[in-house]
Design a protein around this ligand. Structure first.
Ligand code: HEC
Ligand code: HEC
Length: 472
């Protein structure tokens, strides 16, 4: 490090001559600077300018400042975090306007319909409360048990405080709820339970494996959008939605019309974590598309935000009959509330740090031995290449390569499964492993591959390998 610093400073000194010395005097390579008897060299003008730029950079680094590009990344990251947590992209026109979800949450006593959704019910459905959005006074009352968690009016108060992770209530002048929108954070954030179970500080990128999205959607009074798209009865749509279960969602149901697998089990898949996605080619369990193509799809076609979106593969009526019939391959909303938000949102999503596996969640010595197996005898790194832990490039493998059925793979234009980037594995224990959670633990995954690939791992080796995966 120091060596390259020294060399580059020497080069710069040569270019800038005496004038540059003062400029660079404080950058920490002063040994070179002070000892150099610099003389003016003849250099082409372009190179001299490059030298000035580097010197300016060095100066701003010396002051602890950031270059304009570095600052832009930090700003985009922060803006993206706000979008991830709070932006509805106008999707309240769908969740509130069309489905009337806010009315079911409010309940008849608060201007809606039915019994309403109390905080106790909301927490039981896996919704999370951001404790940092709660005023001190309310935190105290909550601690003393003075807040009625069985009253839907309390849920509305929490929505007014913007404290329900991933949901935004829209209220009229009289304080009555008039609509409801959803955000990325609904499914892709958790809380640390530091205040109480389900109430704590936000953990962005952690999959919400408690969240029962299907049941939440199913309480909406008007599901005619889905009955229309799927050509199914209201009762059937509701029973499909409630069949998904916690931590799962089916992003393809209203594109391909498949509501169950051939074995009759729900077609929904687990919500994945958003860690270590930088450098990862394809997204989703079945490698539907890259990050920059998938996120606009999510906003326009899953959250029903109002934007502009294209993916002509969705015009393929053989694979996506419903998407093709409804023109989902080309969405044009005016105004476009999505496209201007993409760059910051994507910067944020691919920058979320993987939380380190907590001490005690894995055996460190075993993990060390397991790492050797991962890249060696067990051949895991054939598909999970460190440090990405997926295949660099077009990361899609056929279902036969991992020895499972191809139902979910066949719902992607790429007809495969994507080796998931194995990061933050401890955040996704709940709900199990593989797209449908068919393996309850990492050890079960290892046992599957041990048999599938005939790896001949001894029991201790299999367990060491699992400990390594848990440490990621
Ligand atoms: C209703 C729940 C829900 C919401 C809201 C949601 N997602 Fe997702 N997201 C999922 C599910 C489920 C998957 C997995 C889909 C699949 O593989 O079929 C997924 C997959 C992803 C992936 C791929 C990750 C990977 O490793 O494969 C990214 C990236 C992503 N979502 C980003 C976002 C962003 C950004 C938003 C907000 C604009 C968002 N999601 C909103 C449920 C949701
Ligand atoms: C041929 C490529 C391939 C090889 C080799 C491979 N994997 Fe995978 N792995 C995958 C794919 C694809 C999936 C996703 C399956 C799905 O979507 O249901 C997966 C899923 C997993 C998961 C579950 C991740 C999650 O979030 O649910 C773990 C853990 C895992 N692999 C570990 C391993 C280990 C350990 C080995 C070595 C014994 C290994 N893999 C070898 C392709 C591979």
């Amino acid at each position: 490090m120091h060596r390259s610093c020294t060399l580059s400073r020497v080069r710069k000194l040569g270019v800038l001559a005496a004038g540059g010395v003062a400029l660079l005097g404080s950058v920490g390579c002063s040994d070179v600077l002070s000892s150099s008897d610099t003389t003016r060299l003849e250099v082409p003008e372009g190179e001299a300018l490059a030298g000035v730029a580097e010197a300016t950079q060095a100066q701003s680094d010396a002051r602890g400042g950031l270059s304009p590009s570095e600052r832009a990344i930090v700003e985009r990251f922060r803006e993206g975090r706000e979008i991830f947590r709070f932006e509805t992209f106008g999707d309240q026109a769908f969740w509130g306007g069309q489905l009337g979800l806010h009315r079911a949450i409010a309940g008849a006593e608060n201007g809606g319909i039915g019994a309403g959704v109390s905080p106790a019910t909301a927490l039981a459905l896996g919704l999370k409360v951001d404790s940092e959005a709660l005023p001190r006074s309310l935190q105290k009352q909550l601690r003393r048990g003075q807040v009625d968690l069985d009253d839907p009016a309390t849920t509305l108060a929490l929505l007014k405080l913007n404290a329900v992770v991933g949901l935004t209530g829209f209220f009229d002048d009289q304080g009555q709820i008039e609509s409801l929108g959803i955000q990325c954070a609904l499914c892709h954030s958790n809380v640390d339970d530091s205040f109480a179970p389900g109430i704590g500080r936000r953990l962005d990128g952690w999959p919400s494996r408690d969240l029962d999205v299907g049941t939440i959607i199913s309480v909406a009074p008007d599901l005619s959008v889905f009955t229309g798209l799927l050509g199914a009865s209201d009762a059937d749509v509701r029973s499909v939605l409630t069949s998904w279960g916690p931590g799962k969602f089916d992003a393809f149901m209203h594109l391909d019309g498949k509501t169950a697998r051939p074995d009759g089990k729900p077609a929904a898949v687990l919500i994945p974590p958003l860690f270590g996605l930088q450098g990862v080619g394809l997204m989703t369990w079945n490698g539907f598309s890259g990050l920059n193509a998938w996120v606009p799809l999510v906003i326009n076609l899953e959250m029903f935000g109002q934007g502009i979106f294209s993916d002509r593969r969705l015009a393929n009526a053989a694979q996506f009959p419903i998407a093709a019939a409804n023109g989902f391959s080309r969405i044009r909303s005016t105004p476009d509330l999505v496209t201007p938000k993409l760059a910051p949102l994507l910067t944020y999503v691919e920058s979320i740090e993987t939380p380190p596996a907590p001490e005690g969640s894995f055996d460190a010595d075993a993990a060390e031995r397991g790492e050797v197996l991962f890249t060696g005898k067990a051949r895991c790194s054939n598909c999970h290449v460190p440090p990405l832990y997926t295949l660099p490039g077009f990361n899609s493998v056929p279902a036969t390569a991992i020895g499972i059925d191809s139902f979910q793979a066949d719902r992607s234009p790429n007809l495969g499964y994507r080796p998931p980037p194995l990061r933050g594995v401890f955040t996704r224990q709940k709900g199990g492993f593989f797209h449908d959670g068919r393996f309850a633990s990492v050890n079960d995954v290892v046992a599957h591959f041990n048999a599938q690939f005939d790896l001949q791992l001894a029991p201790e080796e299999a367990s060491d390998l699992a400990e390594f995966v848990k440490s990621l």
